[in-house]
Design a protein around this ligand. Structure first.
Ligand code: KDG
Length: 310
């Protein structure tokens, strides 16, 4: 089977609390690479996901999600001796914050030996993130190995620098992210990660550094400030869309999935950036990382409306 996109990483079950005094009831889904997979599948790509999950109810819950979204999960391994991870989202004046139950998770046991080689070679894009690599050294190795296999078969490599300080020390994160980013064709960093990993927060200076590492395309997300899309020859700054945002959880993953979907369709990183910037804005208008991920029709209708306003 030929995949458009294969994502590798850790999926999580999500408990989201809309307001501080309310219970944790919004049971949903997370895990940055699984969110990206769902975002891309809703936009029409043929997507596969590669991970380990527990032989538990949360694992069943994730399998049901991927089945519903049409994501191929034939290579997902069920581990009877380790749990599926979960995370909790809280919202306060500073935005959202996460707590995790993921240590020793099934996904953190992923290793290079779990990669089905022909499957990994069958994809047009292989996508992973710094979280996929931060969860354990074996998962880190699995990502590098998947990058090598897919690249040798002619796939594009996509990498999100998603940085989680609680998962690894800064010097290790810096070294691994630099190595992985230099293997990527499409680099999807966030400005906040770059503040921590490069001590740099000027978007143009960040993009200069990252392009120097080797990727052909850098799509830097700027949180509420939009995005900066760059190749060696051209840069385009995209303004944020004014929306009624309630939860920014997973907005970066929505951007990634939409960027990859539109880039595969058009071959144009700037058109992909424009599309992804709109998809990410829409993804903030509902609670949870996955529920508000838009369809192609929704993104296109939103962009038409925004064009009419100008
Ligand atoms: O981007 C959203 C993710 O961060 C969230 O779904 C949880 O994967 C997650 C993580 O490790 O923070």
């Amino acid at each position: 089977m030929r995949l458009d996109l294969l994502c590798v990483g850790e999926p999580l079950v999500e408990l989201n609390q809309a307001r501080p005094e309310e219970p944790w009831v919004l049971l949903g889904f997370g895990g940055d690479t699984s969110n990206c997979a769902v975002a891309a599948a809703r936009l029409g790509l043929k997507v596969g996901y590669l991970t380990r999950i527990g032989a538990d109810a949360f694992g069943d819950f994730l399998l049901a999600l991927w089945r519903r979204e049409g994501i191929d999960h034939a290579a997902v391994i069920r581990d009877p001796t380790a749990p599926t991870g979960a995370y909790f989202v809280r919202h306060g004046p500073e935005g959202h914050s996460f707590s995790y139950l993921r240590q020793g998770s099934a996904a953190s046991r992923l290793g290079p030996e779990d990669l089905p080689e022909a499957y990994v070679r069958s994809t047009r894009i292989l996508h992973a993130s710094a979280i996929s690599q931060a969860i354990s050294t074996s998962a880190c190795d699995a990502v590098f190995c998947a990058f090598e296999l897919a690249r040798a078969a002619g796939a594009l490599i996509s990498y999100d620098t998603n940085y989680r300080a609680r998962l690894w020390p800064v010097p290790r994160a810096r070294a691994i992210v630099r190595e992985a980013a230099s293997m990527a064709d499409i680099l999807l960093p966030g400005l906040e990660d770059m503040r921590a990993l490069l001590d740099q927060d000027d978007p143009d200076a960040v993009v200069d550094r990252l392009l120097g590492w080797g990727p052909k395309i850098v799509a830097l997300t700027l949180g509420a400030e939009g995005a900066l899309i760059a190749t060696r020859d051209r840069r385009v700054r995209l303004a944020p869309h004014p929306v009624q945002a309630v939860d920014a959880t997973g907005a970066g993953d929505a951007f990634d999935g939409a960027f990859l979907a539109e880039y595969l369709r058009t071959g144009d990183p700037f058109a992909a950036g424009r599309f992804a910037n709109a998809a990410a804005a829409l993804a903030t208008t509902g609670f949870g990382a996955v529920a508000p991920l838009p369809t192609r029709a929704q993104v296109e209708a939103f962009l038409r409306e925004r064009d009419l306003e100008h």
